[in-house]
Design a protein around this ligand. Sequence first.
Ligand code: F0G
Length: 458
Amino acid sequence: MKLPFAESWKIKMVEPITKSTREQREAWIKEAGYNVFQLRADQVYIDCLTDSGTGAMSDRQWAALMMGDESYAGARSFYELRDTIERITGFKYVIPTHQGRAAENVLFSALVHEGDYVPGNSHFDTTKGHIEFRKAFAVDCTIDDAKDTQKELPFKGNVDITKLEKVLEEHKDKIPFIIVTVTNNTAGGQPVSMQNLRDVRALADKYGKRVVLDSARFAENAYFIKTREEGYADKTIKEICKEMFDLADGMTMSAKKDGIVNMGGFIATRWEDWYEAAKAFVIPFEGYLTYGGMNGRDMAALAVGLDENTEFDNLDTRIHQLQLLASLLDEYGIPYQRPIGGHAVFVDALKVLPQIPKEQFPAQTLTIELYKEAGIRGCEIGYILADRDPVTRENRFGGNDFVRLCIPRRVYTDNHIRVIAAALKNVFDRRDEIKKGVEIVWEAELMRHFTVKLKPVE
Ligand code: F0G
């Protein structure tokens, strides 16, 4: 008999989680203004809010914490981290920061100026925020197919090369760099192919531009290249990562994802001029060059995490869990962004709750229903998150309306995954009984989803 698939690790420490009753959850979510960000974590049974900073470190990472060097300048832990990053990416200049958005803040302070254009594939919110904050424009050049949730493509996170060339042609003097997000979080954790990275490189060279990889989930991207792209099956994840970064000039990194640490990030680049320019901003914003925003112990744990998570078995364990979730949703007929991506399932709320008008926020409604059903916390990546148009102040209803259920790394077992799928099925089976959505009582002007207060439509 062929042995079944199993995890590439065993469990040394556990953290109890608590169940609650539906009555309790109904009271808690009401108190939270029907906003899952306002819940206490103790009111959640299975937390799928994000895969960012929520992973479980290995025994080797915990051991590395004890070996951390907290020297203000020149800490050994910094050099361990720098050497690991250089080995994996080939980038020799490294600046630690406290998380991914801080890396964006430091690098973009040096490179992005008013009136610039930064083309890319579905810039993450903070990336876009840091571009727009500098009165520059983030131009989304993602392939159109990414919008069609039911279309199965191996690399749905790709950059549309024709769209990119148009931006390069129109704004050639105003483009500080091209940014490619791997995997493409906003489009559903969808990977970018090596061929696409090669095509971006060729265009960048043609126009004399540099390329930054927003690398939060670069290892998961490499896994998909290995398993889906011709010619990569026999390469190691580390070889594939090296090839990806060979096609770029630098990276911003949220280490809270594929670095498997709870906090941390960095900038890395092959160019001394970028390093010199960024140095001027890291010291006032983050900290001295050899710690930026990080503790020595956290840099030590990150060095180990990066090494572990660029090994096939660790990634294979993770992606198998996502694929288990996808296979259960397929069995139950629940529509999601297909195929499932690297870190989350993005449920297509417009297809689940077509009776709920856009103005009543279908994905948020479904997020609340799922929480009430089983204490599972997902989050809306949809119309509330999209904020209002800055000029017209109208809601932006143009994109997809998803419920994102993220799977933290090495945290939940396959049994938890089955609970998530069953809870979704229960809500899905009674979807016709959900007649009304929610309305906004109070909202912030920007990034309203974190603090918005809602109430059920009467
Ligand atoms: N880039 C991508 C692709 C991200 O997904 C994130 C964070 C960041 C940059 C910013 O990094 O949080 O360390 O400052 N994504 C989290 C999420 C918050 O839930 O998807 P950060």
